[in-house]
Design a protein around this ligand. Structure first.
Ligand SMILES: Cc1cc2nc3c(=O)[nH]c(=O)nc-3n(C[C@H](O)[C@H](O)[C@H](O)COP(=O)(O)O)c2cc1C
Length: 355
């Protein structure tokens, strides 16, 4: 099977969540012996369709433009058995790069009118177009964010049963952070690749694993808002934020709890059983504690009955330490915060919350 995998994200492959999901899908396809070519569409010169209909009249089947679409992409598209249309969700649908590509496939149609499926008007195909799989990723956490895209691609590709599968991954920006879930998502995406090549479809169970919820809205919004506020305050883009390995700065005890819980490294904490408490003073006052129990963590508001370690600190001091703006040891020496209980737990903090 010849597969053409088109990625329309403008981001570099290592930053793109479309590429992340597509890589796993393609790995599965290759395991099932498909011949797969991946194309990053934004690196290609694809001019807009100018609506001249030259491809329907003067040079039937041939576009007037001379660019990467006519020279390379259209021939590969026509030659493929299956095309994966992988796109980030932009304003609830495919992005402009993918739309430009799709518009430029007009030469595959003839200008005439016919009724297809007995119901609606269509143009006949000059040549059978390849089967389609649609893969998309979105920032928002609900699967329903893809409803409009799904409706569009079903209308566009589905009419001839050309649309073999739709793969949608919400909360895609959060996915790499949720280590407890993302491996299952990636494994299922690979499985989907194998299934598509061997059976021409994706089993409902596999799709359910790919699209499984990975984060509740409250955690998503708490951490997401802290992330964007930090980017704005520091004047950095998400790309720089990631490159500098920055951390979102909590601005409340609730967001501190959510962020520390997410930063917990299960592997590093697999042998630890302890209760870590924070008593905050200053602009934000209050307490919270974390129950670490052999690889699991639970964040709880308020004080614990018998904590193993208590850190008493002005809120902003600890946030400076947590975001790398201040040195924890130096602040300790300068008595900017106080510690009671098991100091070894404090020493292991970087590792325990380094995920
Ligand atoms: C212009 C633009 C529009 C977007 N529109 C939506 C949207 O409608 N819904 C959504 O959930 N995410 C939206 N997003 C977020 C992207 O879908 C999300 O960041 C995705 O992971 C990007 O994929 P990529 O990393 O492969 O580029 C939008 C992002 C941009 C830049």
């Amino acid at each position: 099977m010849k597969v053409l995998a088109l990625n329309s994200s403008p981001r570099k492959a290592e930053e793109s969540k479309t590429a992340l999901m597509l890589t796993h899908l393609v790995d599965g396809m290759r395991q099932a012996h498909a011949e797969v070519q991946i194309i990053e569409l934004h690196k290609k010169n694809i001019k807009n369709c100018i609506g001249c209909f030259t491809c329907w009249t003067k040079t039937p089947g041939k576009c007037i433009h001379k660019d990467d679409m006519t020279r390379e992409l259209m021939p590969s598209w026509l030659d493929a058995d299956l095309v994966v249309y992988a796109t980030p969700l932009y304003h609830y649908t495919i992005n402009a790069t993918m739309k430009t590509f799709i518009e430029r496939t007009l030469p595959v149609l003839e200008p005439f009118f016919e009724k297809r499926g007995g119901a609606r008007t269509a143009h006949p195909y000059r040549q059978k177009p390849p089967d389609a799989v649609v893969l998309s990723v979105a920032g928002f956490p609900e699967l329903s964010v893809f409803d409009q895209l799904s409706s569009y691609v079903n209308f566009l590709f589905g009419r001839e049963d050309r649309l073999l599968a739709e793969i949608y991954r919400p909360a895609a920006e959060t996915l790499p952070l949720i280590k407890s879930k993302n491996e299952a998502v990636f494994a299922a995406t690979e499985q989907a690749g194998r299934e598509l090549v061997t059976t021409g479809q994706i089993a409902p169970d596999t799709l359910e694993k790919i699209q499984q919820p990975i984060v509740d809205f409250s955690t998503f919004a708490t951490i997401g808002n802290a992330f964007w506020k930090t980017c704005i305050a520091e004047g950095v883009t998400p790309k720089t934020f990631a490159a500098k390995e920055m951390r979102p700065r909590p601005d409340s005890i609730a967001s501190f709890m959510a962020i520390l819980e997410m930063a917990f490294n299960r592997e590093a904490g697999k042998d630890t059983r302890a209760i870590l408490q924070f008593d905050f003073s200053g602009e934000i006052e209050g307490a919270c504690h974390f129950k670490v129990d052999c690889g699991n963590i639970e964040a709880i508001a308020g004080q614990a009955d018998s904590p193993d370690l208590t850190i008493s600190t002005p809120f902003e001091v600890w946030m400076d330490i947590m975001t790398g703006k201040a040195d924890g040891q130096k602040m300790f020496m300068e008595q900017k915060y106080q510690v009671t209980g098991d100091l070894e737990l404090l020493m292991g903090f970087g590792e325990l919350f380094g995920s």
